[in-house]
Design a protein around this ligand. Structure first.
Ligand code: GTP
Length: 534
C-alpha cells in the first residue's frame, strides 16, 4: 500500500468503528419541467439552438472561456448546467436527459456528482461566436483532488449558492480552491423562485465569508430558466480568455479519465500549450507511458471527433490505453518527440485514507471477486487492494479508498455491476506504529500490529473539520466534537445567526457515525467539510 504522508498524533490502541450511513444523499431527481422556460427566453433559445449546431467550428482563442461551477450538494449545479446546455442549443430539449452531466448510473440515483465531465457550448454575444467550455466538478471531499485539477483547467467559476439556504461548508472549501487557482468567480444566487429565498441576506453572507463583491450577483432560478442568459453574458464578459501559447511545445492537463471496455481509457484534458493532432505520438509525463492518439475530439457533451486541438481548448483522447493508472488525473500529456521541458504543477498520487476488508459470502465467488476488483481498478486508479484471509470469513481483500463515499461507491459497484454478494468489515484508518527497535510500521489492519512488547507508540491520522451551523446548535456540536476526541481550533460568526466551528479530529472518529450525529444534533441544519492535515 502507498505510504501516507499526513499529520499524525500519538494515540490509544486501535478501535474499530461502526459502518457509516451516508445514504442521506440518496434521492431520485425529478424531471426538469422544460416547459417552464419563460417566454422572453424562448426566442433567444431558438436562435441559440441554431448556433449550437456550429459548435465544432473554431473560434479565436480570445473568444474561448473555460469555466466550472462551484456549489454545495443540492444547490442546483446540475439543473443550472442542464439549462446552460439547453440555452446554447448544445443539447436539444427532446434529447435532454435530466442532469446530463451526471451520466454514471450510481450518480444519477444518488443525485450527486462523482466523476466530472465537460461540455463545449457555442454562444453568440454581441454578434460574435464564443466557445464556452463547462468543466463539471465532483461535489464531495473524497474527490477534492479531482476538483482542484478541474479548477486548474479553468479561468473562471460560477459560485452557485441556494438563496433560500446560504453558504455551506463545502462551498467554502471549493471557493478557496478556486481562489488558489486565481479563478475569476461569478456569484450566482439560485432558487429565487422559492418563497423562502432571501438573495440579499445570502449575498451579504457571501461577501462576509468569502470576501467577494456581490453587488452584481446574478439572481437566478435554474429550475424556471430565470437569469440563465445573464449568466452566459457574465461568463463572456468576466472570465478571462486562455493565454495564446499555441506555439509552445504541447502540454495538456488531465482532469478526468475513464475506462471504456472497447476503446481503452478515454482521457479528458485541457490543452495548456501547443497543439495536438490525431495520430500524434503522445507521452504521459508522470507515468512515462507513450501512445498514439487514435482519436481526438471535444465533449459537447457527447464525444465528437475533431482533427486538432489548440491551446485553450478542452477535449478527449482515445489511444488504446489499457489502464487509467497510465493516464491519471493531474498528469501532463506532451508530444513524444517534442517534449515540454516541465510538467504542469499539482500532480499527486492518490493516497488511500480509509480501509476495509471485503469478503465474498460464497467462497467460490473469490476468483470472480478478484477479477472484478482488477477490472474496477482499470477504471479507478485510486482503488487499492491486497489479499487478506480471515479464519471466520475466508479469503478476501483489504481495500483502500479515498474516503467513505468512495468506499460506498466501490462496494455498490461490485455488488451491482459484478453480481457479487460481499461481507464488509467496519472501516478503519491506517495507523503508524513506532517500534522500540526504531522501525516504523504502517498498519491498515489490526492483524499487522507488532507484538505488544515491540510497540513504542502508535500514531493516527487527523483531519481538520469545519462545520457551518445556525447558532442554536453550537453547544451540541461542540459537545459532539469533544466527545469524539476533537481539539477545538476556532469559532467565528459568518452571519448574525450562523457560525463556523473548526476542530481537529482523528480520522478514525470521522469514519464512524460523526456525520450522522452532526446532522441529528443540528436537526439537519449543519454542514460539514473536512480535509486531511498535512
Ligand atoms: N425551486 C427550485 N428548485 C431548484 C432550482 N434549481 C435546482 N432546484 C432543485 O434542487 C434540487 C437539487 O438540484 P441539483 O441540480 O440536483 O443540485 P446539485 O447541486 O447538482 O446537486 P449534486 O449533484 O448532488 O451536487 C433538485 O430537486 C432541483 O430540481 C431552482 O432554481 N428553484
Amino acid at each position: 500500500m502507498a505510504s501516507v504522508n499526513y499529520f499524525w498524533r500519538h494515540t490509544l490502541p486501535i478501535q474499530s468503528s461502526p459502518l457509516p450511513k451516508y445514504n442521506s444523499h440518496l434521492k431520485r431527481r425529478r424531471l426538469t419541467n422544460f416547459l417552464s422556460l419563460n417566454i422572453k427566453c424562448q426566442t433567444r433559445l431558438e436562435d441559440s439552438i441554431q448556433v449550437g449546431k456550429d459548435r465544432l467550428q473554431k473560434v479565436p482563442i480570445l473568444n474561448i472561456r473555460n469555466f466550472s461551477i462551484i456549489a454545495h450538494i443540492d444547490h442546483g449545479k446540475s439543473t443550472l448546467a442542464d439549462k446552460l446546455l439547453q440555452m446554447t442549443g448544445t443539447v436539444e430539449i427532446r434529447e435532454m436527459k435530466d442532469q446530463f452531466l451526471d451520466n454514471m448510473d450510481l450518480e444519477r440515483e444518488r443525485g450527486i456528482t462523482i466523476k466530472l465531465q465537460a461540455a463545449r457550448m457555442r454562444y453568440m454575444y454581441k454578434n460574435k461566436p464564443y466557445c464556452l467550455n463547462l468543466i463539471d466538478t465532483p461535489g464531495h471531499v473524497d474527490f477534492s483532488y479531482e476538483v482542484s485539477r478541474s479548477l486548474a483547467a479553468c479561468e473562471g467559476a460560477l459560485l452557485v449558492v441556494d438563496a433560500s439556504q446560504g453558504v455551506e461548508a463545502q462551498t467554502l472549501a471549493n471557493v478557496y480552491l478556486a481562489l488558489e487557482n486565481n479563478l475569476e468567480i461569478i456569484p450566482v444566487l439560485n432558487k429565487i423562485d422559492l418563497p423562502g429565498s432571501d438573495p440579499a441576506r445570502v449575498a451579504n453572507e457571501i461577501e462576509e465569508v468569502v470576501g467577494l463583491d456581490c453587488s452584481n450577483a446574478i439572481h437566478c432560478s435554474a429550475k424556471e430558466g430565470i437569469g440563465i442568459l445573464e449568466i452566459l453574458d457574465a461568463i463572456v464578459e468576466k472570465v478571462p480568455p486562455p493565454q495564446d501559447t499555441a506555439e509552445r511545445p504541447f502540454r495538456a492537463l488531465i482532469f478526468d479519465s475513464y475506462y471504456d471496455p472497447y476503446r481503452g481509457v478515454i482521457v479528458y484534458f485541457r490543452v495548456i500549450d501547443g497543439t495536438v493532432k490525431k495520430g500524434d505520438r503522445i507521452l504521459f509525463m508522470a507515468s512515462r507511458k507513450d501512445y498514439f492518439a487514435d482519436e481526438i475530439g471535444v465533449l459537447s457533451p457527447n464525444q465528437m471527433q475533431v482533427d486538432e486541438l489548440y491551446a485553450g481548448e478542452v477535449g478527449y483522447i482515445s489511444a488504446s490505453i489499457r489502464s487509467v493508472a497510465d493516464a491519471r488525473v493531474g498528469d501532463t500529456i506532451t508530444h513524444y518527440s517534442r517534449k515540454a521541458e516541465a510538467s504542469l504543477p499539482g500532480y499527486k498520487e492518490a493516497t488511500p485514507m480509509v480501509f476495509c476488508g471485503l469478503f465474498p459470502v460464497e467462497a467460490d465467488q473469490f476468483p470472480d471477486f478478484r477479477d472484478a476488483l482488477e477490472k474496477l481498478q482499470l477504471n479507478d486508479a485510486a482503488l487499492k487492494f491486497e489479499p487478506e484471509s480471515s479464519s471466520a470469513m475466508g479469503f478476501g481483500f483489504r481495500c483502500g479508498f479515498l474516503g467513505l463515499l468512495h468506499m460506498e461507491i466501490v462496494q455498490e459497484r461490485l455488488e451491482r455491476e459484478y453480481n457479487l454478494t460481499l461481507i464488509t468489515t467496519a472501516p478503519s484508518v491506517v495507523y503508524r506504529v513506532n517500534c522500540v527497535n526504531g522501525d516504523t510500521v504502517e498498519c491498515s489492519n489490526p492483524s499487522l500490529l507488532p507484538e505488544a512488547g515491540q510497540r513504542g507508540s502508535i500514531e493516527e491520522p487527523l483531519v481538520k473539520i469545519e462545520m457551518l451551523t445556525p447558532k442554536d446548535y453550537i453547544g451540541p456540536l461542540m459537545e459532539l466534537s469533544q466527545d469524539r476526541r476533537g481539539e477545538f481550533k476556532e469559532m467565528k460568526y459568518i452571519a448574525e445567526n450562523r457560525a463556523s466551528l473548526i476542530y481537529e479530529l482523528p480520522l478514525a472518529e470521522m469514519v464512524g457515525d460523526f456525520f450522522d450525529q452532526m446532522k441529528s444534533r443540528s436537526k439537519g441544519y449543519a454542514s460539514l467539510e473536512y480535509s486531511f492535515i498535512g
